[in-house]
Design a protein around this ligand. Structure first.
Ligand SMILES: NC(=O)c1ccc[n+]([C@@H]2O[C@H](COP(=O)([O-])OP(=O)(O)OC[C@H]3O[C@@H](n4cnc5c(N)ncnc54)[C@H](OP(=O)(O)O)[C@@H]3O)[C@@H](O)[C@H]2O)c1
Length: 280
């Protein structure tokens, strides 16, 4: 039976681990030809091997989203290989953490280079091809693009920007036949906490930053995952209730969830609608 993304070409940034890798596998399972991009080539090759072993089709391309020429080359290679581009998932990102007094503006710039300008360059590089296919754009933000958290100012600011892009581009691209979906995960188990403030994978998990005052212990607690989960759940639920057309809330709010649970959410993101701009 044909999958709901059968033969669609899906381009994903940050596909070497976590949410991007899980999404790639989910799209491939639905029949998509997936293009996996990120900086770590060996990790991309492992994801590609898993997809192919399951009978899917994948292309792995090294690409740093802070380098516009890398993105242009990856998009060009995609179209050369598969002939089109139907879905773009701008997912690559990391988190700069620390209380604001301990950070300087370079920390914010570095964060924005990947999480904000990396997303923008991905969108602009793909736009001509999405216009041609009447395609679909998915921007991976965060619940922290709707609510601030302690010791997370650069990350939250970058994700608030992604929320704005999703909402504004939704209107701007509707008459081009391109649909835009903002995706705002809660806490998902991935490699994000093994990446340092310079955006480098270290292999060592750092504690979660910030945390609201713990209602159980009555003081700020930077390690109380259930408490952080609860505060994010509450804001996610109020967002869900507002039912704005451009929001997809990945059901991964309750404390720590797994990338495989987030994966299930992708199946709700149904196939491109053949040129009609649509959001859910
Ligand atoms: N995990 C969560 O709880 C959570 C919650 C809300 C939102 N998110 C968002 O979800 C997205 C995916 O994160 P994740 O949790 O799956 O973390 P992850 O496992 O660390 O994955 C991040 C991905 O982004 C890629 N990446 C980072 N910098 C890049 C760059 N300059 N160029 C190209 N690729 C780059 C990484 O690959 P390379 O290192 O190989 O380049 C990796 O594939 C991020 O935007 C993150 O902010 C995550």
């Amino acid at each position: 039976m044909a999958g709901c993304f059968q033969d669609k070409v899906v381009f994903i940034t940050g596909a070497s681990s976590g949410i991007g890798a899980a999404a790639a596998e989910a799209f491939a399972k639905e029949g998509a030809r997936v293009v996996l991009t990120a900086r770590r080539r060996d990790r991309l090759d492992s994801v590609k091997a898993r997809i192919e072993a399951a009978g899917g089709t994948a292309l792995a391309l090294a690409c740093d989203v802070t380098q516009r020429e890398h993105i242009d080359a990856a998009v060009e290679e995609t179209v050369k290989t598969f002939g089109a581009l139907d879905v773009v998932l701008a997912n690559a990102g990391f988190g700069v953490s620390g209380v604001m007094e301990k950070l300087d503006t370079d920390d914010y710039r570095r964060q924005f280079d990947t999480n904000v300008f990396g997303v923008l360059d991905t969108v602009y590089a793909a736009l001509p091809h999405l216009k041609r296919s009447g395609g679909r754009l998915g921007l991976v933000g965060s619940v922290l693009g709707h609510v601030g958290m302690a010791a997370s100012a650069p990350y939250c600011a970058s994700k608030f920007a992604v929320t704005a892009f999703a909402q504004c581009f939704y209107y701007d691209l509707a008459d081009q036949g391109i649909s835009v979906t903002g995706i705002y995960p809660g806490i998902v188990e991935s490699e994000i906490r093994s990446v340092n403030n310079r955006g480098e994978y270290t292999g060592k998990k750092t504690p979660r930053p910030g945390g609201s005052p713990c209602p159980r212990r009555g003081r700020r607690d930077t390690s109380c995952v259930p408490c952080i989960g609860e505060s994010l759940s509450a804001s996610s639920l109020s967002m869900a209730k507002s039912s704005s057309p451009w929001h997809v809330i990945v059901p991964a709010f309750r404390a720590v969830s797994s990338a495989s649970r987030a994966k299930a959410a992708w199946t709700r993101w149904s196939a491109p609608s053949g040129g009609t701009a649509r959001n859910e």
